[in-house]
Each structure stands twice: as C-alpha cells, then as structure tokens.
Ligand binder design. Structure first.
Ligand SMILES: [Zn+2]
Length: 854
C-alpha cells in the first residue's frame, strides 16, 4: 500500500509513459470566509497528457480529498473504486488523454498544502500554498514528480474583495453573475514548470508594486503582507535588495529572468524561511519585524531573498529530474545567495556570516549519526523527507564553495551559463552540470564528486611541524584525519595564513594556497619561515573541514582573538575553538572566558549573535555539573558587564540583553529583568520594545519569578498573532509540572497551529528544571512513535528535532535511548531524531567528563 509515498521507480515509469500537455485548475475558495468556513475548497483539475503506449495504465495523485467525479477521455470512473491510497487509477490510456477530476480538498493548518490562517488582530483570512516536496496533490490532481513539467492555467473563484496571486501575473477579476460577493481570477497559462513550484496565495493581503528595469527588459515586482503587518513592511529596502539581486543574477547567469513578474509574499505561520514558487515567492512574515532586530537578522533575510531568486534559474528554469538532486538544488541556491549577497548588496562580508553561522550547522549535522552523503539515494518520498537537512543546505553549499575554489570562479560561471542554455524549461541531473563544468574548466571532476558527494563525514586538518633553534620551520605538513565511522580522506584546496603580533594587532604576514591530499601533505613553501603567533589553516575558508590550532596559535587566540583585523580569520579562529570545546579538547570554562573577553569587539553580525547562543549551550550542557553553578554565575555576570559596556543602541547591546535574559538565574539578574520590564532599570540606548518584552517575560516565567497573571497581562498589551505565540512560549517555560503537562498536551495536539507549536517546543524543556522534566524522556519516546503520523511531517519533525529534554542528559538516559533504538517501530524520520538526541547527549557527557578532570 503506497499511502502517500511515491518511489523513484514509479516516477521514472510514469515519466517514460507520459508527457503532460497542460493543466487547468479551477479552485473555488468562496467558502473560506471567516463566517462560513467549512474546512474545504472546491478543486477541479483538467490534465491533458499523451501516452507513449496506448492501452497502458498509470495513476494521478490527490491527497485528503472528497472526490465527486472523475472523467478519463469522456468516460466516467467511479471515485469509490478509482480513488484509493491518495491515487487515482487511470486504466486504458489512449495516445491523447484528458483527465477531469472534481473534488473538495482540505485546508491545512500545518503549513503543508493550502494553509488557512485567520489573523486574531482583525479576523481577516489569509491563504497560501506550500507544495515542496509532494503537496500540490493536496490542492489539485497532479502527476506529483518534478520531471513532468507542463503549463498551468489557474482559475480562482474567491471573495471579490480578496487579492489573488499565482505564478502568472494577476488578472483583473471578473464579476460573478448574481453574486457581488464573489469574483473570478482567470490567470494566463504559466511557462512549463514542475508541480512543486506552482502557487496560489489569496486573501485580504496588502500589496505594493514596483518595477525592475534590467538589461533584458522590465520585471514587475510585488510585495505582499497581511493587513496587520503593513506598517512593518519596509518595502523600499526589500525592493532595493530585490533589484540588486536581479541585476547580479541576470548578469552572472547570462539568461533573462524566465517568469515575467516577481512577487514576494510574506505569509503567516510559515514553516520554513521561504519557497521559490516561480515568480510567486512566499516568505515567513516574521521577516517583517515589528521590533528592533540585530544586523544578522537583516543579513539572513537578505540571504533568503537572494536564495529564492537564485532558484528561479537553478531549480525553476532548470529542474532536478528526481529528488536525488534536491541537495544540488538547495546547495546551489545557498552558495549563490551568499555570492550575490557579498558582491551585490551591503552585506559585503556575507561569507564571514556563512562561516560563523550556516557552515557551523553543516559541521554539526555531519558529526551526527544521521549524516549521509550529500548526494543522498532518495529512493522514495519518505527518503527525501529524511534527507532534507543541513547536509543538504549547509554542507552542500560549503562543498560547492570548495568546488569553486577547485575549478576557479570564471570557469564555474561559464559552465553554469551553458547548463542554463542547454536545459532551459527542462530537467537535468548533477551529471549534466558536472559535464558542463568539466568542459568549461578542463578538469576531470568525477573523482572529486565521488569523494565529496558520495561519502559522509567531515575531515580534521591539523598542522604538524618542527622548528630550529631560531624558531623557523624545518618541516611543515598538513595532517588529515577522519572519524573511524566515516574514514574517507579527501582533496582540499586549502589556504594557510601566518599572522604576527604587530603593534597590538594580529597581522597577516604571508598566505599560501595548497592542495591537500591524503593523510599528510608536506608544505615546502613554509620551510624556513619563522613560526608566526597564529598559524591559521583554512584561511579564506575555501575548505570544508574542522581545523586545529597548534599550541602557540591556540594561546594567541585565547589571549586575544579580537586582535585579528579581518572578520573572516576571526570566524575561523572562533570555529576552531568551538570545535575543540565540543570535542572535549578545550575546557568549557576556557571557551566561556574566551567569549566574554572577545565578543564585545567582534564586528561580524553573525558572530555577535551566534557565539553567545552557542556559549549558553556550552554552559548548561557541556560543562561539568559540579562546576556549573559557578560557571553560570560567571557567564551571567559577564553578560551583565558586556550589556552595560556596549555602545548605546548597538547590536551588541541588543544581543547581550537577550543573552543575559536567557542566562538569568541569580537574584541580581532576575531583578534586572523585572526592572527592564517595568522601567525601573534602564540601559542607555536600549529600547525595551515588544519583542524584547516577550524575551524578558519568557525568561522571568522560566525562573518562576512571574506566573500566568503576568503573562496574561502582557498578552493584553500585545493581542496579536505574534503575541499569542510568545505567550504560549512563556507559559510552557514555567518551572512547574502543570505548565509542562499543559504545554506538552498542546504540542501533541493537531489543532495547535504550526508556528505556535514551534514556539512552545523551543521553550518547554529548560536547563535547570530537571525535577519537573523527569517524565518527558518517556513521553518524548512515545511521541517518536506517533508525532509524524499525528501532526504531519513538518510539525512532527519540529517536535522530535527540538523537543528532546536535553536537561536530562545522563548515562541512564543514554541507556534508555539505546534500548529504544534497538527495538522500536517508529518511522525512520523519527528514529533519526532519537539517534541525534542520543549523540548530542553522549557528546555533552564526554565534554562534561573532560571538564571534570581538569
Ligand atoms: Zn531553496
């Protein structure tokens, strides 16, 4: 029984049999107003397609629908027998076929399919679709696979005061006879595209329009949000970034933007960052902040905008054949988004941000038991779900960055241009791209692809050298190692920087670039050179590898990492020290002191926000429990000092106050949080706006200093959707058994909206609350069996990925997880998260032990 699964083989068989000529989709959304909401909408699909073997049979896809009528080539099929297991059986195909399916489909509250949201601020209704990976079939009848491209013609009946947006430009709505409350939007056919990048967004959205005038002509731009966020949509800034990105990509890709117009719609309760629907990009509306955010927020938002735009060419114009190449789709957009951001927008050191933040998530994922080769073997849709992770995005992008260093940027771009020309509006595979790059670069890349894409794991690179009596290298090599579970050694294009102390700064004296291969690579260029204060492997960050610092270099970093002038080598030094802390080679206390002494001078936006967040985890999770109270106090008071010393109104100040709130345990800190909230404690230049107020409320609730009454009062001040979500997070943070019980019940309730559930999951299990968390190891394991089926894939995954009670780390917990992993019937996706939780606990216990020994 396929359920909602689809295998690669089935898709290949269907693609070999069919060509899809066109889709016509008629949606009736008029039952979706707040008053008469029925939970369903009308969906009539007409698919014209040819068949290479008349007489053969196939199937179409449709999920969670009430099917009223199926007609194949004019002959009715009985829905009661033809529609089963989310499929419509299509027997006796002719050379030319027309399938008509009339159904009612179901609105989603999980962010998958056609999501329906009512804004509590004003009761207005908003809908948007989210189809990747296989969810277009929740809204209309499809052949749900990326290589059956076709033009789509959408016709939408909706309340006449709504806005309706899709892949084609929005037409003038036409009146419906006899019903002034309804109108029909008849969209023009789209370019040929895959089902997963089609889109419908409808509701009382606010719209602003602009035009990009580019080298290939003009592109109408639209920006949309719900009415209650209008004042927060900084359209001029968004338009500026959009235009900068178009100019960059049209130039670099040497191919006109293929989809006519470009709308970006900021939508509520969105599961991910954004989605590259052709010409109709949806983004989470948290990107329109109502309160002050640090620069890293805007840097990230810009990378999301550039990421989705890169997909218009790589993904939408040329599309993967099957989800095997999903990694390439995402890795490419990731790599290209930072490339564009660094070269075309104000975020010129975006690659430092990449090193400080995104790349770290790749390293982390690659050291978990769930790691897999970048090019995953996605035999079916279930496998795709399991493999859609930070190996796909962050490691993939890092490895493409290494590939660019390996072949050179110009040949890389030349290969891309050819690839777009050769496969426009069609499908291609990684082999097609590799062939284009081999032609443009003249390098054989098959071996490179094999060692980087077909194997998992991260290598560690360490310097090894001898010195003469005057402190000069008499030998120098780069030693490469691998974890025994993932033993592949790889070729790396590697920069090495030599930094000396000059006038209180660390200044680069020399930089060499070498190709590292095998267990040991001699670097003759460095023999005879004087040993520097800091020897930095992977300077310039071309390589994807963990790096180690030699003893002297580590001492230099610890005594003043901020003396490095440039942000990128600092990011590498931070990264090396963090890896050593996670690997139990550096004491947590030393890491905390390194951060406290240097974070105040860090200039990279991502460094400033990300490093304190990692440190909070180190204090609570990696430190020796016996020494933890003292380390907590040191971290807490250090953050207070940093907060008070930070430049008024700076990002540092905002980040430190948030970190301080999160760290608050002691009396002084709790009193400070209360004072910030009621205005009796002020910090010059720090405005305590609504989002910061919620941070304070949430953490005061966590410590038990305030309760339900104060949370209710805050919600009265902020009765918005965001306010409701933050209040839910504050309630579950309270250190009481009742709060955890109510919170967990809500998290496991399918009726809880996806974004509310996510906020609760992030907030419910706090360090320092071990006594009330004890029952939740078993409850988490019960959820592993049921959450994905019960809550849907995305919501269920959030619960399992982020809802493990880490505070219960102990040898007994590991033993219990081992026993569960040895014997369970949970879905693979769920087993994966349990395995990851176990690995994180084991890592933390090892680090704790290391701390306890020293
Ligand atoms: Zn993407």
């Amino acid at each position: 029984m396929p359920g909602t699964n689809l295998t690669r083989d089935e898709a290949a068989t269907r693609a070999a049999l069919l060509d899809v000529t066109s889709y016509a989709i008629d949606l009736d959304l008029t039952a979706a107003t707040a008053a008469e909401h029925t939970g369903t909408f009308g969906s009539t699909t007409t698919i014209a397609f040819t068949c290479r073997e008349p007489g053969a049979e196939t199937f179409a896809d449709l999920v969670d629908a009430q099917v009223h009528e199926i007609t194949l080539n004019g002959e009715p099929l009985d829905p009661a027998t033809a529609y089963a297991d989310s499929r419509i059986a299509l027997p006796g195909l002719q050379a030319e076929n027309v399938l008509v399916v009339r159904a009612d489909c179901t609105y989603s509250h999980t962010g998958e399919g056609l999501h329906r949201f009512v804004d509590p601020t004003d009761d207005r209704v908003y809908l948007y679709s989210q189809f990747e990976v296989p969810d277009a079939r929740r809204v209309f009848t499809t052949f749900e696979q990326p290589d059956l491209k076709a033009p789509f013609t959408f016709t939408v009946t909706a309340p006449s005061h709504w806005v309706v947006v899709s892949n084609s430009p929005t037409p003038e709505p036409r009146a419906v006879d006899g019903d002034a409350g309804k109108a029909v939007w008849a969209f023009e056919p789209t370019q040929p595209m895959s089902t997963y990048i089609t889109a419908i967004v409808a509701g009382e959205y606010h719209a602003e329009h602009d035009v990009y005038e580019g080298k290939h002509g003009s592109i109408p731009l639209g920006h949309y949000c719900r009415q209650s966020l209008v004042e927060h949509m900084d359209t001029a800034e968004l338009v500026k970034i959009t235009k900068q990105s178009f100019e960059f990509f049209e130039e670099k890709f040497d191919f006109p933007y293929p989809f006519g117009k470009y709308d970006q719609l900021y939508v509520p309760e969105y599961n991910m960052g954004a989605m590259e629907n052709a010409g109709c990009v949806t983004l989470r509306d948290e990107y329109l902040p109502r309160s002050r955010q640090p620069r890293s927020f805007y840097e990230f938002r810009t990378s999301v905008i550039t990421h989705e735009m890169a997909h218009m060419w790589f993904g939408d114009l040329v599309t993967m054949k099957w989800w095997d190449d999903l990694w390439l789709n995402e890795s490419f957009a990731e790599w290209a988004c930072y490339w564009c951001e660094a070269e075309a927008t104000e975020f010129t050191d975006a690659w430092t941000g990449f090193a400080n933040a995104r790349k770290q998530t790749g390293y982390r994922a690659d050291q978990l038991p769930s790691t897999h080769p970048i090019a995953a073997d996605n035999v079916d849709l279930h496998a795709v779900e399991v493999n859609f992770d930070m190996i796909t995005y962050a490691k993939g992008a890092s490895v493409l960055k290494q590939l660019v260093a390996w072949v050179g940027l110009d040949p890389f771009v030349a290969g891309l241009r050819q690839y777009f020309k050769d496969h426009a509006f069609g499908n291609a595979t990684f082999a097609d791209l590799l062939a284009a790059l081999e032609r443009s670069s003249g390098r054989e890349l098959g071996g490179w692809a094999q060692e980087w894409l077909q194997t998992a794991g991260v290598n560690t690179l360490a310097p090894r050298f001898e010195l003469d009596g005057e402190g000069r290298y008499t030998s120098f090599s780069v030693e490469q190692s691998a974890h025994p579970d993932q033993p592949t050694l790889r070729r790396h294009r590697l920069g090495i920087g030599l930094y000396d102390e000059v006038g209180g700064r660390l200044v680069r004296r020399e930089y060499v670039e070498v190709d590292v291969e095998g267990a040991s690579t001699a670097v003759e260029e460095l023999v005879g050179r004087e040993q520097p204060a800091l020897l930095l492997l992977n300077d310039e960050d071309h390589a994807y590898a963990k790096i180690r610092l030699d003893e002297r270099s580590l001492a230099t970093v610890v005594s003043g990492l901020s003396r490095l002038e440039d942000s990128l080598p600092r990011a590498l030094a931070w990264g090396a020290a963090w890896d050593m802390t996670r690997d139990g080679e550096m004491r947590t206390t030393d890491w905390v002191r390194l951060v406290l002494a240097n974070i105040g001078q860090e200039t990279d936006a991502w460094g400033v926000t990300r490093i304190p967040a990692s440190t909070a985890l180190a204090v609570e999770f990696y430190s020796d429990p016996a020494g933890r109270p003292a380390l907590r106090a040191e971290w807490e008071s250090g953050l207070r000092e940093l907060l008070l010393a930070a430049e008024p109104g700076s990002d540092h100040q905002l980040t430190f106050v948030r970190s301080y709130a999160l760290a608050a345990h002691g009396e002084q800190a709790v009193a400070d949080l209360r004072g910030l909230l009621d205005g009796s404690f002020t910090v010059e230049g720090l405005s305590v706006d609504q989002d910061l107020r919620w941070e304070l409320v949430k953490n005061l609730a966590r410590t038990g200093a305030i309760g339900e009454a104060e949370i209710d009062a805050e919600l009265d001040r902020d009765p918005t959707n965001a306010g409701k979500e933050k209040a839910a997070a504050a309630r579950v943070a309270q250190p009481t058994a009742a709060a955890k019980e109510a919170g967990w019940a809500a998290v496991m309730d399918p009726a809880t909206p996806n974004e509310t559930s996510r906020e609760m999951v992030f907030s419910i299990f706090r360090f320092g609350q071990e006594d009330v968390l004890a029952p939740y190891l078993e409850k988490y394991l019960e959820a592993a069996d049921t959450a994905i089926d019960l809550l849907g894939f995305h919501k269920g995954s959030v619960v399992l990925e982020y809802g493990f009670p880490k505070a219960l780390a102990s040898a007994e917990t590991v033993a219990r997880l081992d026993a569960w992993l040895a014997d369970n019937d949970a879905p693979k996706g769920a087993q994966r998260y349990v395995g990851e939780a176990r690995a994180e606990v084991v890592r933390a216990l090892a680090a704790q032990e290391r701390d306890a020994r020293s």
